[in-house]
Ligand binder design. Structure first.
Ligand code: IPE
Ligand code: IPE
Ligand code: MG
Length: 243
């Protein structure tokens, strides 16, 4: 027989989404190159994915590269995609072993060929996994997601009266996945930077000054504790919620 869940377990989010920010400043503060910061950031990804898997979180979305990030120096952009390729090569065995499914939110057709290939390979190899659904937001933009959903909805010949929130959601990159319960942003910035704009309508937001490379299991647990203390009312009163 399974044990009843503790209140703490009951209030775990089903979907955590993270804006992994601060790699560059973390590196600069240590006299390192921005690339070193991104490398350290990829180690933090491994730690956080492992912790989410341990906790039984069902969905984790990591904002890894925004459409706006194409505006960075070419060298940095190239480094980020090389890092993605080596990350996928190193982590695929663990994802397969740990029953983790990889998906992407964003248009990956614009990515360098090696990154596309590595992503397609990892997604195909993990497609049937069921424990943790790990999404990488790559070449992602929340507004672009809404626009591509509109385009496909129209291309499908949808009639005006059939457009509901439910149908619309099924055309977004996040189709079939729950909205994020908790959105975390590291490194002290208090903004969404075009992340999951439609889906975060009722997400709890958590901001921390910790830079992404320093974000580990302890910091994730702190965020989860803060989340568990929040009262999610969805427009209703506290009294209605308790009854
Ligand atoms: C986050 O760290 C990684 C990406 C956006 C790809 P940054 O590179 O934005 O780090 P800061 O904000 O410059 O410190
Ligand atoms: C947001 O971080 C994008 C990712 C974490 C991938 P940025 O560092 O690009 O965001 P801004 O430009 O400071 O808002
Ligand atoms: Mg940044």
């Amino acid at each position: 027989m399974t044990q009843p869940k503790t209140p703490q377990e009951r209030s775990l989010p089903a979907h955590i989404a993270i804006i992994m920010d601060g790699n560059g400043r973390w590196a600069t503060a240590r006299g390192l190159s921005r690339s070193e910061g991104h490398k350290a950031g990829s180690r933090a990804v491994r730690t956080v994915v492992t912790r989410c898997r341990e906790l039984g979180i069902s969905h984790l979305t990591l904002y890894a590269f925004s459409q706006e990030n194409w505006g960075r120096p070419k060298k940095e952009v190239g480094f980020l995609f090389d890092l993605l390729v080596s990350f996928l090569r190193d982590e695929l065995p663990a994802m397969e072993r740990e029953n983790i499914r990889l998906s992407v939110f964003g248009d990956i057709s614009a990515l360098p060929m090696a990154a596309r290939k590595a992503l397609d390979h990892a997604m195909a190899r993990t497609a049937r996994n069921t424990a943790l659904h790990l999404n990488l937001a790559l070449n992602y933009s929340g507004r672009a997601d809404i626009v591509q959903a509109c385009r496909r909805l129209m291309a499908a010949g949808t009639s005006e009266q059939d457009v509901t929130e439910e149908l619309f959601s099924s055309f977004l990159w996040t189709a079939g996945q729950p909205d994020p319960d908790l959105v975390i942003r590291t490194s002290g910035e208090i903004r969404l930077s075009n992340f999951l704009l439609y889906q975060s309508a009722y997400s709890e937001l958590y901001f921390t000054d910790i830079a992404w490379p320093d974000f580990g299991s302890e910091q994730l647990d702190e965020a989860l504790h803060a989340y568990a203390m929040r009262s999610r009312r969805f427009g209703r009163t506290e009294e209605q919620k308790q009854s």
